[in-house]
Design a protein around this ligand. Structure first.
Ligand SMILES: Cc1cc2nc3c(=O)[nH]c(=O)nc-3n(C[C@H](O)[C@H](O)[C@H](O)COP(=O)(O)O)c2cc1C
Length: 214
């Protein structure tokens, strides 16, 4: 069983990466799991160029992204994944540009413009999203539900976990950031974040476990 975790955050040790690693560890704890974490910020790639090659009725082009760059091997691995874990911090009300560009390149070849909007990929991996953010938990619920709806239709059964009101800096006094209640953020980081990591682990384990049962 192939587990692919895709990190759309630049920093490898902060909130998003920690949550994603925990989801990955959960998935990898299921017997038979093998996989890797891909760090999108290490790759050189673009978003979808709208060339429409992936819609061509030509077997060698159909349902494959024609753009060849640093993302190409990741797209191939994603097509072959049984569990896909994707992590992103919220940036200006959306996932990061790096995560968004990956998603454009992966989703667009995954669906046709036919009337029934046929999904094209041979596998239906379980998808686990990991989101982190400053805002309170409910703030982006509609966005998360819609994104899971989109990946649910095109890729496979999708769910998410999140960590919110995350700690961004060790020492808030060094930054122009008076809008934060530092005591609340620090308390949350100590008391809630370990529980968020646990929820991420359980999601990864559940998504991988249900693939085994299929
Ligand atoms: C460029 C930028 C934009 C951000 N925009 C938002 C936002 O729109 N909503 C929000 O809740 N948090 C926002 N944040 C905060 C991050 O989502 C949050 O701190 C997140 O946990 C950071 O993840 P990291 O610790 O893995 O880097 C933003 C942070 C940055 C750097």
């Amino acid at each position: 069983m192939n587990i692919l975790a895709i990190c759309g955050a630049a920093n490898k040790s902060r909130n998003t990466a920690s949550m994603l690693k925990s989801a990955f560890d959960g998935a990898m704890s299921v017997p038979g799991a093998a996989g890797e974490i891909v760090w999108l910020y290490e790759l050189d790639y673009k978003g979808c160029t709208g060339c429409h090659s992936c819609k061509l009725l030509d077997e060698s082009k159909f349902a494959r992204c024609a753009v060849k760059d640093g993302l190409t091997p990741v797209l191939e691995k994603a097509i072959d994944a049984d569990v896909l874990l994707i992590g992103s911090p919220m940036y200006f009300g959306d996932i990061t540009g790096a995560a968004r560009s990956f998603l454009e390149r992966f989703l667009f070849p995954g669906i046709t413009y036919n009337k029934d909007r046929t999904a094209t990929y041979p596998k239906r991996p379980n998808v686990g999203w990991v989101f982190t953010m400053n805002a309170p938990g409910e703030f982006y619920k509609n966005f998360f539900d819609e994104l899971c709806g989109t990946t649910g239709r095109i890729i496979g059964n999708s769910e998410y976990v999140m960590a919110y009101q995350t700690q961004q800096f060790e020492d808030y006094s060094k930054y122009a950031a008076t809008m934060f209640d530092v005591d609340t953020v620090k308390k949350r980081h100590i008391e809630q974040f370990p529980k968020d990591l646990e929820a991420a682990f359980e999601m990864g384990k559940r998504l991988a476990g249900s693939q085994v049962q299929k």
